[in-house]
Design a protein around this ligand. Structure first.
Ligand SMILES: C[S@@+](CC[C@H](N)C(=O)[O-])C[C@H]1O[C@@H](n2cnc3c(N)ncnc32)[C@H](O)[C@@H]1O
Ligand SMILES: [Zn+2]
Length: 153
């Protein structure tokens, strides 16, 4: 927990770096129970399996221009790596489309969440891998959940 801290921002809680990271450096891992049911907190690791992260990973917010990417470890759990150099104090984010084939709102019919990431390339709504434009799939290659790379379509 020393390299990151939880702080409040416009999205509620978020995870922030407490030191700088080099591009490609490991930033944080995910631990927590495996569950069959997705929620706004779960991270998808297989077509029908999700991990319910404990803090701090639980509080990672989404960005359409994220500074973190995902790689699965040997246990099949997500680990987050710096996609670019990160300074101390930065808001740490990943693109939820890197792990979620669809979103909880898409399954329940609940209203979709407007994305407030503010990136120049913001897609407008928090989205899923199934909706990700092909150029973004290419840009995220190597930083998405393994089950998406293996293809579930
Ligand atoms: C895994 S939680 C992240 C932690 C959350 N901020 C909290 O305080 O519990 C995911 C939720 O955070 C909010 N969120 C995360 N990223 C967002 C974004 N880019 N724009 C708007 N809301 C966001 C949404 O409500 C989303 O369902
Ligand atoms: Zn966005």
């Amino acid at each position: 927990m020393a390299d990151v801290q939880i702080k409040r921002n416009q999205f509620g809680k978020g995870v922030f770096s407490t030191r700088s990271f080099q591009k490609g450096e490991w930033v944080l891992g995910v631990v927590g129970p495996l569950v069959k049911q997705r929620s706004i907190y779960t991270i998808q690791i297989a077509p029908d399996l999700h991990v319910m992260p404990r803090s701090p990973a639980k509080y990672l917010n989404h960005s359409c221009d994220p500074n973190l990417g995902v790689k699965m470890n040997r246990s099949g759990l997500p680990e987050f790596y710096a996609l670019r150099p990160i300074e101390a104090g930065e808001h740490l984010t990943f693109d939820y489309a890197m792990t979620e084939y669809v979103l909880e709102e898409m399954e329940t019919g609940r209203e979709r969440t407007k994305c407030g990431c503010g990136a120049a390339n913001c897609r407008g709504w928090i989205g899923s891998y199934s909706e990700l434009p092909p150029e973004m799939k290419r840009r995220y290659a190597g930083f998405i959940a393994d089950y998406l790379r293996e293809g579930i379509e």
